[in-house]
Design a binder for this molecule. Structure first.
Ligand code: ADP
Ligand code: MG
Ligand code: MG
Length: 249
């Protein structure tokens, strides 16, 4: 499980996370909602170890291991996956090669042999089917010329191949039409498993009709100011965040 305690983090010397606490047990899906600029993406970036995010105090452990001490690649191998933040284009590297390299690195860490090309191609084709992406995408450059929805489905496919223990999805819903949203949600739901945790960041309640969370948290001004069940998302949709922010001050 992921346990985050009193996490403080700066971006450009400015305090963004200001004492965040969160525990996500295996098998649970936690949604994080909150106003723009609250620090939601910062949380994902800090957990993934992205450059430019400085942890000033607090801890984050995944299955007892302090992940804040690890570099981003080590975190990925430890099972942390951050999706949909900046789906980068890598022209000239085929999507299939890229996915295989990512999967091989994780398997190596886990002491497993790399899959041979034929096995991997078979697996990647299965996952393409699962996310409704044409197999021709495997031959193309990573994200090169992919539409917004195709990038997200591609990243979902990567997540399926990597089988992470902590999946962090940041605004999975932005820029997706309802069909693409359903594909992504179905993919996520298919990955729900008693050994896997999800942190799903979203602005809109709508996504949570498809990915039904166990818990909903409101992140405002760098802290979680309210937690509840899935019904909290509906209440937020109706009332906004102002009433909570006022109460938290
Ligand atoms: P949210 O995802 O909740 O909308 P963010 O975590 O993206 O919020 O941003 C929180 C604050 O941190 C904002 O004020 C934002 O401008 C700032 N911030 C985040 N990332 C960076 C960055 N790379 N450089 C400068 N400021 C940043
Ligand atoms: Mg934002
Ligand atoms: Mg954000």
């Amino acid at each position: 499980m992921i346990s985050i305690q009193n996490l403080h983090a700066n971006v450009d010397d400015k305090a963004i996370l200001k004492g965040l606490n969160l525990e996500v047990k295996p098998g649970e899906v936690h949604a994080i909602m909150g106003p723009n600029g609250a620090g939601k993406s910062t949380l994902g970036n800090v957990l993934a170890g992205r450059e430019g995010y400085e942890v000033t105090s607090g801890s984050a452990t995944l299955n007892g291991e302090d992940i804040l001490e690890l570099d981003p690649e080590e975190r990925a191998r430890a099972g942390v996956f951050l999706a949909f933040q900046y789906p980068v284009e890598i022209p000239g590297v085929s999507n299939l090669e890229f996915l295989k390299a990512a999967v091989d690195a994780v398997r190596e860490q886990q002491g497993k042999d790399a899959l041979d090309s034929v096995q991997f191609l078979k697996l990647a084709r299965e996952k393409c089917k699962a996310v409704n992406l044409d197999q021709s995408f495997l031959k193309r450059g990573v994200n090169e010329g992919f539409s917004g929805g195709e990038k997200k489905r591609n990243e979902l496919m990567q997540m399926m191949l990597l089988e992470p223990s902590l999946c962090i999805l940041d605004e999975t819903d932005s820029g997706l039409d309802i069909d693409a949203l359903q594909v992504v949600a179905e993919g996520v739901n298919a990955m729900r498993d008693s050994n896997r945790s999800f942190i799903v960041v979203t602005h809109y309640q709508r996504l949570l009709d498809y990915i039904v969370p166990d818990y909903v948290h409101v992140l405002a001004d760098g802290k979680i100011i309210k937690s509840g069940g899935k019904e909290l998302a509906l209440e937020l949709e109706e009332k906004g965040y102002g009433w909570l922010e006022a109460a938290a001050e």
